[in-house]
Ligand binder design. Structure first.
Ligand SMILES: Nc1ncnc2c1ncn2[C@@H]1O[C@H](COP(=O)(O)OP(=O)(O)OP(=O)(O)O)[C@@H](O)[C@H]1O
Length: 574
């Protein structure tokens, strides 16, 4: 928690503490003034004295109110600011995560940590700046002042305080573990809810709505049961505390009455003692809240720190390579081996090929042969285990990730569009792209027709996840987005798969003259997509089973021939 708290402004924290100390001093002084006004003013009928002390009391009350307001303002401002800083720190950190780290924490948990856990931290900070410091000062001050009013009455606390301590201890023992587990249950609830929402079509298609509803119900019930349990325990706090306070008051009045009758205690002192006694009990109550909520905040802090301390395996080099002003236009894979984190086997082994500007490198192979893995290495979503990948003769690990990704136009297997207009989506890689450039990219990506038929054209709103477009349309818009960027290396990770044969062929034909100054890496499942490629790499179980042109491979490579025969009749590809 302290690690996270370092993000707070020391001056604001000191300011809040200062106001709080002023408030406590005023609150502690008021009962003494009450005793004074009763003993020396009311009892002696001295009106002037009553006015004088009365004004003093009013003054201290106003000071207390002003200080409390100042404290709350600063505390809430600082806790909100800390929340904002934490959320952006987590966001910044997560946006630099490689896919390995995402897999490790899970998206649902990342969302809970950014929202729910941050709120817990804010609550603890608020509590710290109000109660955590106030309670001990008030406890010590009120005990001392109560003792000074009447030492005999303080004996009551010998019984009250241990009872209170045992009760608070019991609450802590039962409530704290439950509070901690609530965070994990929130994760689970978010995960099930998220899966249910993102997979809604599959769930409906497989008639699994009831199953998913049950799964959600179970997670929801589990969360609710824990929340009810913890709230039940907490609900004992108030009545028990009220009972203890009332019992203490009765004991004080009972004993105090006798002392007054004996003439050993003044009425004013009894009343102020009662107020101090309440302040002592209130301090205990505040401390008990702190003891319950701090471990909960601590659990949240640990979950946030886990994310913030996670080191992304993919980082910028300390001294990044300067990119040459004149482009060589080359892409080299030199003996590349790659393994997913924790995997036993290599996903790619000894990948070695060289491409230059204007060339299309097609990667083909069965499912799970490593095609996507290979294409993910180019924008450095993962790092190679050994070997190197070079663009323009520079190892991509020596470039700044920003520079590298500026040079790569990546179109993933599953097209991703963002909410906003078509124009916003297409300007994603080039903010200042003109409408002319956008239309040209749309034309190459075979999307001009359908976009121009839309009533709002480029201003058409793209719904969440591109929901108002078909799979093929989304794919073509994603391709157009990469084209607008005009990168040095295009990576199409099976992005033509959602297109029909005709559109696929037309797109490749339109693309050819546009990529003279670029290299295209084209992952494909269909032979027809790769026939015109300059270099075809046949992957089999992560290894290069063949490399060459369509004609060469067709004649000599068994794996390639198998792919052909599994897909098309010979005459269709001749
Ligand atoms: N994130 C991951 N963590 C661990 N292993 C993975 C991960 N992604 C893929 N793999 C494994 O790596 C191998 C290659 O997968 P890859 O996705 O590159 O194949 P692919 O040729 O693109 O397949 P497809 O055509 O079905 O998309 C497979 O054995 C797969 O199980």
């Amino acid at each position: 928690m302290m690690k996270l708290a370092k993000r707070m402004s020391l001056w604001v924290v000191l300011g809040a503490v200062f106001f709080m100390i002023i408030q406590v001093i005023s609150d502690l002084y008021l009962p003494t003034l009450t005793a004074d006004i009763i003993n020396n003013g009311v009892a002696k009928g001295d009106t002037d004295y009553i006015w004088q002390v009365g004004f003093k009391m009013l003054g201290f009350s106003l000071i207390s109110i002003a200080a409390a307001t100042g404290n709350v303002l600063l505390a809430s401002r600082e806790s909100q600011k800390l929340g904002k800083t934490l959320r952006s720190d987590i966001y910044k950190k997560v946006s630099n995560f490689s896919n390995d780290e995402f897999d490790q924490v899970g998206t649902a948990s990342l969302i809970t940590r950014t929202t729910n856990d941050v709120v817990q931290i804010q609550n603890v900070v608020m509590m710290f700046l109000r109660m955590m410091i106030m309670a001990p000062i008030m406890l010590i001050g009120a005990s001392f002042l109560a003792y000074s009013k009447d030492a005999q009455l303080t004996k009551i606390f010998i019984i009250v305080l241990p009872v209170l301590a045992i009760f608070i201890g019991l609450v802590m023992v039962f409530a704290v573990p439950l509070f901690k587990s609530i965070q994990k249950k929130t994760d689970k609830l978010n995960l099930v809810f998220r899966e249910g929402l993102t997979g809604i079509r599959v769930i409906r298609a497989f008639n699994r709505s009831n199953y998913e509803a049950d799964r959600f119900k179970e997670a929801n019930q589990d969360y609710t049961n824990t929340a009810i349990k913890v709230n039940t325990i907490m609900s004992f706090m108030l009545p028990v505390m009220t009972f203890i306070m009332s019992a203490t008051n009765i004991a004080i009045i009972w004993n105090g009455g006798h002392y007054i009758a004996d003439g050993t205690l003044e009425v004013g002192n009894l009343i102020s003692f009662m107020t101090y006694a309440m302040q002592i009990l209130m301090s205990f109550m505040m401390l008990s809240m702190v003891f319950v909520f701090v471990p909960r905040g601590q659990a949240s802090a640990a979950r946030i720190n886990e994310v913030l301390d996670m080191e992304s395996k993919i980082n910028d080099p300390k001294t990044p390579a300067q990119l040459p002003t004149t482009k060589q236009g080359t892409l080299d894979f030199n003996h590349v081996d790659f393994r997913y984190q924790g995997a036993e086997n290599l996903a790619l082994k000894e990948i070695d090929f060289h491409a230059k500007n204007g060339q299309v490198v097609a990667i083909i192979g069965g499912t799970g042969s490593g095609k996507s893995s290979l294409s993910n290495l180019i924008p450095r979503f993962y790092d190679v285990e050994s070997g190197e990948i070079k663009i323009d003769g520079i190892d991509i690990r020596e470039m700044k990730q920003h520079d590298l990704r500026n040079r790569v136009g990546f179109v993933p297997q599953k097209a991703v569009l963002f909410t906003g207009s078509i124009r916003d989506n297409l300007q994603y890689g080039k903010k200042d792209a003109t409408d002319e450039e956008i239309w040209k990219a749309l034309e190459i990506a075979q999307s001009k027709d359908f976009v121009s038929e839309l009533p709002d054209g480029l201003d058409t709103f793209v719904e969440q996840g591109g929901g108002n477009f078909s799979g093929g349309q989304k794919q073509r818009l994603a391709i157009a987005r990469a084209l607008v960027k005009q990168p040095d290396v295009y990576v199409f990770d099976d992005s033509f798969s959602a297109l029909d044969f005709k559109t696929d062929a037309a797109l490749r034909k339109a693309l050819k003259p546009e990529i003279k100054e670029a290299i295209v890496v084209l992952v494909a499942q269909r032979i027809s997509t790769v026939v015109d490629a300059d270099i075809i790499i046949v992957l089999d179980e992560g290894q290069v089973a063949g490399i060459g042109t369509h004609q060469e491979l067709k004649e000599t490579n068994v794996t390639y021939q198998e792919i052909i025969s599994s897909q098309l009749r010979e005459e269709e590809i001749a």
